[in-house]
Design a protein around this ligand. Sequence first.
Ligand SMILES: O=C(O)CCC(=O)C(=O)O
Ligand SMILES: [Fe+2]
Length: 449
Amino acid sequence: MAPMQKKQKKKQEEHHSRLLPCPFCHRSFPSYFLNDHANFCLDTPTPLPISNISHISKTRGDHDLQSQELGLTSSDAWREEDEEAMARRSVRLQEDDRSGQEVLVQRRRNVEERCEAIDKTWDEVSKLSANGLHASLAEEWNGDQERKLATTVLQDGGQDGIQRVAPALQFVQMQKQSQAKLYMLGKFSMSAALERKPSVTVLQSGMVLLRSWVSLDIQQRLVHESQSSAHLFHRPSTAGGGKYHIYSMSWGCQWDSKTRQYAAHEGGQPLPGWMFDLAQELASDAQQHSPVYQLGSVFTPDVALVNFYPVKAKELGVVGLGGHQDLDDYLDMPVVSISVGDSMTFFFRRIPPLSRRKSGVQVLVDQVAAKDCEDGDTAHNGERKVILESGDILVFGGLSRLVYHGTRNVQPGTRPPGLHMVPGRLNFTFRQCNARKNLVNSSVSCSNT
Ligand SMILES: O=C(O)CCC(=O)C(=O)O
Ligand SMILES: [Fe+2]
């Protein structure tokens, strides 16, 4: 292999090693998010609807049978699977990745403890089932029943009764947890989207598509943050007095859709720190594959625009964003876009089509791209499109910063079932607008156009 290719391969390997598998759910995450994710995964297994929780059966044998039907594994299988997974993972883990190693050690301890607890509880449960208590629990159990039963036992049998019923309740909890865990592992009604592998496509110089790049947890976090700012979503107005066919809000600075200027958003919602880190890391992920900003400069996002494209909204008409260029923020820095929820078509052209350039609407034309595109509407500037799915990242900067783009066709029912959000698509674009800097210079807004 030529030295150049070797160097590139090494770079690629280094890059991929920064995606580390979560020791709990075995899915890959950027190293900077692994600890956060692992804590989340350990402490808060995805809650399942009660109807999905199987009744506990009378004996361990029954339980195993039922477990198989549900795709649950016994503690032994769990242990084996975990050892295997850990062996596989440790090959991939870099020696010097301390945090990854620590999480692994913690996980090993945790699995041991959990397996012991399951074994112990199974023994207890077998004993309990002898007097029928467990059987009735199995039939009756649900969230409310659990509380009712505990009260009854407390009244009837006092402290003694509670102690007798506790292991059975614990077992139910445990089963609920392992089912939740297996749900996350992809063994239980897992969506196709979760099984997608991360991949990188350079669509054109400076335009990088990182598919399946952010985990479901990060997506869910983004959904949660948007939900808590739900009151800020509005339908932006266009400069011409019309309305956009989306709902939108922002963190950090604010974009005035009429004047097309960014302003520091005093008293508004600040850009959460973890999002800043995430956007910065994603820009640098893209940079590894095609230049999206100048070497040596630092992407410092100060705004996240959030667009919500509902599946159904009469007042919006045809949901989507018409062809446009992002000209109002700092053009030396890229736009980092995260898609969450239902899939949507993203269309783009290297330079705005002729009709647009003649329309009087402000456009900027990249001279390098224009040279290739001749009259601007030929095959060299044909519309291209990609379907952006939940967890995909699109970064455009460098030679693609002026790309002409828009969105259409939200595809209902395509979001991962594990993602809790209303039908539709959320799009987060992280940008650097430098409005704060302008504010310091006693001007309230900034525009680069
Ligand atoms: O929703 C998208 O993927 C693109 C959003 C966009 O182009 C914008 O907000 O300027
Ligand atoms: Fe845009």
